[in-house]
Ligand binder design. Structure first.
Ligand code: FES
Length: 112
């Protein structure tokens, strides 16, 4: 068995407040990762699912940005209120949360 079946990367990059690109940490991604971690632990999924901090994922305009591997599904504007749905739909049932997909083929393909 592989160590992790799902890997959730949450951008925690922080730029100075008036930086033109903004940053995910400034939009709440640090708290977001903590909520992911708590949810994973509460469901006893920590053996197979990991929520890791990432540096800039180069999708700053969509932040807070989250990408889930191995599917390479990119989510944008993710808030703490979206964590339960991502875990229950995508992580547990392999159904990506359509409403949160970054709508750009640079990140998500048309057929996702
Ligand atoms: S700052 Fe989060 S994707 Fe760049």
């Amino acid at each position: 068995m592989k160590r992790f079946e799902k890997h959730i990367f949450i951008c925690e990059n922080r730029r100075e407040k008036d930086h033109p690109r903004g940053s995910c940490a400034e939009k709440g991604s640090e708290e977001l990762r903590q909520v992911f971690k708590k949810k994973i632990k509460s469901l006893n999924l920590q053996i197979t699912v990991r929520a890791n901090a990432a540096g800039c994922l180069d999708a700053c305009e969509f932040g807070p940005t989250v990408v889930v591997y191995p599917e390479q599904i990119w989510y944008g504007n993710v808030s703490v209120n979206d964590v339960d749905e991502i875990i229950e739909s995508h992580i547990l049932n392999n159904k990506p949360v359509e409403r949160l997909l970054i709508n750009d083929t640079k990140y998500n393909k048309d057929d996702q």
